[in-house]
Structures are given as structure tokens and as C-alpha cells.
Write a protein that binds this ligand. Structure first.
Ligand code: FAD
Length: 441
């Protein structure tokens, strides 16, 4: 017997249900990561995400080496590569952790094909606290409002207790051939994303655990100040959660063990969960407005100098320019600043949210197929339980309130203070509201 474990957004050894189940195979396992850049249902990774993936896989390779297990790297479409690897290593079982986006249908087909050919294919719970079909309203419908969703999630049951690293991890004698991580060229040199990103981040499972511990020991007590971008009170766990170097169940249980006032922080994990469940119920979120009333909204669809000024942090609005610089230089942006930059782009500058979403997708190390479009739609007003359209952030007031001493703007975009502002906030706001009121009810 050989069991093939197919890893995807779960690049860790702890709390990995598929890996734990596979480890029970006395004849050993083969561990595979598949880079699929050809299937239409897989959204191609952005540059910053690729950088993260490269280092995450490198870290995983090192962890598996302790157990004498090579990480098999292959590229191509799953429906072709998985059966080929199954044959190469004579596997009779294939295990993976579930995904809840558009990949789900394809996973189900693959499972059926493998089973027809006599291979036992099994999937296990993926990167959520609760599987989406288990959280519904009393009438059995999916929730559309976060507060009701989260109340149900948090009343009564606990997410599954995380699993330890399997005791008996052993390589199969039957190996499959592997491509080389360096040949995948996931770390581009032009532009050199790696310089700024690498000085801020260390991908990998043990770095994820350290990040959580460090957050709980220090910044968690000041988490209520999370809206102030220069105070660094966020956990910075989002890329680790995105790549599954830590699971939300691990974050949940470890956080509750420390005690204290952790409700706000876990509530944010709840927003991540809500985005995943919404994607499961409503399909891919980055293409269509969740509120179809916005299909007629007169957004600007073509990028021009104003878009380039936004993207490169040259709008003359200090907090927006600082956020866009933080993003470009480190692959990350503070949450409140994400909201302010997205609001300026979609409401004052009037661009389609999909253009901004695509830029974040390219540049965020935590770019997530559910959270990114979900939040863009939330800010733009067309999403699930979205901010009301008339809530248009005023970046000057936001800066006064959340960066009063100018520490954040001074760090990332001191030059912005001398730039002319590219638009007049008042007239663009009026224009946006007129466009909104012009939509049919
Ligand atoms: P913390 O405040 O420490 O929160 C803990 C965890 O909760 C985060 O790591 C994250 O996993 C989750 N979380 C927090 N806020 C949200 C939220 N609003 N929606 C979903 N999950 C949340 N988050 C991503 O993980 N990937 C994205 O691609 C992404 N794109 C965004 C785009 C826009 C326009 C906006 C407004 C928000 C976006 N977010 C995204 C949500 C949020 O900004 C980040 O999760 C957060 O800034 C990460 O910092 P942190 O880990 O310190 O968060």
C-alpha cells in the first residue's frame, strides 16, 4: 500500500487531517504539492503570493526531510497529474483536505475518477472552523448577515480540536519523480518583490506558530487599538492562514487558552470564515457583483493616470499613498488603510472594484480568493452584508483620526504631503451618491 497526500492550501504538518489519516498507512506515504497554472477554475497567483509560496514550500520540504519524506513537486492540471502520480508510486489511496471555492466541483470529479479506477480517494475538513454546510439559519438557508452568522458559529459548539503532528510519518518506498522548486521561478527579480517582502516576512509553519505566540503575549492586549496603523497591534496572521501554515482551528483554541478579552480578535477570524462560507454558497466572488443592482453602476472600467496614481501611491492623500507604498514594498497593508484606499478608488475615483481587487491580488502576500473580493465588494457597497453605499471614507478625516501624529504616513509616504491632491473629495462624493441614487431599486 502507498497513500498519496495531496497538499494545497494546507502547507503544515500539525492539524492536517489528510496527513494524519495517511500516516496510518504502515507502508508509508508520498506527499505531493501541485502547481496548477493551467486549469481555468484556478485563479493564477499574483506575484507576491508566488514569492510566499516559494518560501513556504521550501520550509515544508525542510520539515518533511526530518521524517525522511521528500516533497514531490509537480505542475499541471490535477485531473492529469494526480492519476499519473498515483501510477508512478503505485498508490492505492489519495487523501486531501477540502477546498470550498470553485475547485470543489473539480475535486469531486477527480474523486469519482480515482474511485472508478480502484483507488480510495478521501477528503477531510479544510481551512475553516466549521464546514459551510453545517452553518445555516433555522430555515436551512445560508446566512447573509455577518452578525447572525457569527452568533450561530459561536453559540453551542467548538471548532474541532487541532491534531498534533502524526507520530508515525514515514516515506513510502515507492517514489514519484519531482520537479525542482527553483525551476518554478516563483520569486521574480523584476520587479524585485523579494527585497521588501523578505525583510518583513518569514513564511512557514514554525514562523506561523511564533507569530501567534508573539501576538498573544504582547499585542493581543492592545488589540482594541487595531485601527491605528502605526501601532502594529494586528496579529499579521493573514498570510499564514491563507497558505494554511496555521489553521483557523489552531488559532481559535490557542487564543481561547490564553484567556482575556479575545472576542474582538476571534470576531475577525469570523469575518474570514464568513467570506469562505459566502464563496461556498455563492460561487467565485471576484467576477460579479453580489448585489446585482450594481450591475448598472457607471463605474470607470479603463485604467488611466488616475488609476496609476492610486496604485503607485501618488494621490496626494497621505494615508492612501502610505497604504499603497506599504503594499508595494512589503506585500501587506493594514486593514483600516485597505478600507480607506479601496473606498477612494471605488467611490471618489469611481473605478470598478474589480480593478482594485486585481491589484491587491497581484501584490498581497495574503491574497485570498474569498477574503479579497469579499472585502472589495464590502467597501464598494455591492457585497454580502456590505457597508452602506453612502459610507464614503474621507481619507483626510481618517488620517486625522487614526494617524494623528503622522507616524504611518511619515514612515511610508512622507513625500505625499507635498503632492497636489488628484481629486476634490466633496464633488466626487456628490457625484458618487448621484450615481448610486440613479440605480433602479
Ligand atoms: P487581524 O486583525 O489580526 O485579524 C486576524 C485574522 O482575521 C486575519 O489574519 C485574517 O485572517 C482575518 N481577518 C481580519 N479581518 C478580516 C476581514 N475583514 N475579512 C476577512 N478576514 C479577516 N484578508 C486576507 O486574508 N486576504 C485578502 O486578500 C484580503 N483582502 C482585503 C481587501 C480589502 C479591500 C480589505 C478592506 C480587507 C482585506 N482583507 C484580506 C482583510 C484584512 O484586511 C486582513 O485580513 C488583515 O488586515 C490582516 O491583518 P492581520 O492578520 O493583522 O489581522
Amino acid at each position: 500500500m502507498t497513500t498519496l497526500v495531496w497538499l494545497r492550501d494546507d502547507l503544515r504538518l500539525t492539524d492536517n487531517a489528510a496527513l494524519s489519516a495517511a500516516a496510518e498507512d504502515p507502508d508509508g506515504i508520498v506527499v505531493l504539492y501541485l502547481l496548477d497554472e493551467v486549469s481555468e477554475h484556478i485563479r493564477p497567483l499574483g506575484g507576491a503570493a508566488k514569492w510566499w509560496l516559494h518560501h513556504s514550500l521550501h520550509s515544508l520540504q525542510q520539515s518533511l526531510t526530518h521524517f525522511g519524506i521528500p516533497l514531490v513537486l509537480r505542475s499541471g492540471a490535477a485531473e492529469e497529474v494526480i492519476p499519473a502520480v498515483v501510477t508512478e508510486c503505485a498508490a492505492d489511496r489519495v487523501f486531501w483536505n477540502r477546498r470550498y471555492g470553485p475547485a470543489r466541483e473539480h475535486d469531486a470529479k477527480l474523486k469519482a475518477v480515482l474511485r472508478q479506477s480502484g483507488v480510495a480517494a478521501h477528503s477531510y475538513p479544510g481551512d475553516v472552523l466549521f464546514e459551510p454546510w453545517t452553518v445555516t439559519s433555522q430555515s436551512g438557508e445560508p446566512y447573509q448577515v455577518y452578525s447572525a452568522f457569527w452568533r450561530t458559529c459561536t453559540s453551542g459548539r467548538d471548532p474541532a480540536v487541532p491534531l498534533s503532528v502524526p507520530k508515525h510519518l514515514k516515506s513510502s518506498q515507492n517514489l514519484a519523480k519531482s520537479e525542482s522548486l527553483d525551476e518554478w521561478r516563483l520569486t521574480p527579480s523584476a520587479p524585485d518583490w523579494a527585497t521588501g517582502i523578505a525583510s518583513r516576512w518569514q513564511p512557514g509553519e514554525s514562523a506561523a506558530q511564533q507569530k501567534l505566540e508573539e501576538f498573544l503575549e504582547t499585542r493581543a492586549q492592545r488589540y482594541s487599538r487595531r485601527d491605528f496603523p502605526s501601532e502594529d497591534t494586528g496579529s499579521e496572521l493573514s498570510p499564514y492562514l491563507r497558505w494554511g501554515e496555521i489553521s483557523p482551528r489552531q488559532v481559535w483554541h490557542r487564543t481561547l487558552r490564553t484567556g482575556g478579552d479575545v472576542g474582538l480578535f476571534l470576531g475577525e477570524i469570523g469575518w474570514r470564515e464568513f467570506a469562505k462560507h459566502t464563496e461556498f454558497h455563492l460561487g467565485p466572488l471576484h467576477k460579479r457583483n453580489l448585489n446585482s443592482r450594481f450591475d448598472a453602476f457607471p463605474w470607470r472600467l479603463k485604467t488611466d493616470e488616475a488609476f496609476v496614481a492610486w496604485k503607485s501611491g501618488r494621490t496626494g492623500f497621505g494615508i492612501v499613498d502610505a497604504g499603497m507604498q506599504e503594499l508595494w514594498q512589503t506585500g501587506f497593508m493594514h486593514n483600516r488603510v485597505r478600507m480607506i484606499t479601496a473606498s477612494l478608488l471605488t467611490k471618489n475615483l469611481g473605478f470598478d472594484w474589480r480593478l482594485g481587487e486585481a491589484w491587491f491580488w497581484e501584490t498581497l502576500v495574503d491574497a485570498d480568493e474569498a477574503s479579497n473580493p469579499f472585502n472589495w465588494q464590502w467597501v464598494a457597497g455591492c457585497g454580502a452584508d456590505a457597508a452602506p453605499y453612502f459610507r464614503i471614507f474621507n481619507p483626510d478625516l481618517q488620517q486625522k483620526k487614526f494617524d494623528a501624529d503622522g507616524a504611518y504616513v511619515g514612515k511610508w509616504a512622507p513625500y505625499s504631503l507635498t503632492l497636489p491632491k488628484i481629486i476634490d473629495l466633496k464633488s466626487t462624493r456628490t457625484h458618487a451618491l448621484q450615481a448610486y441614487h440613479g440605480l433602479a431599486r
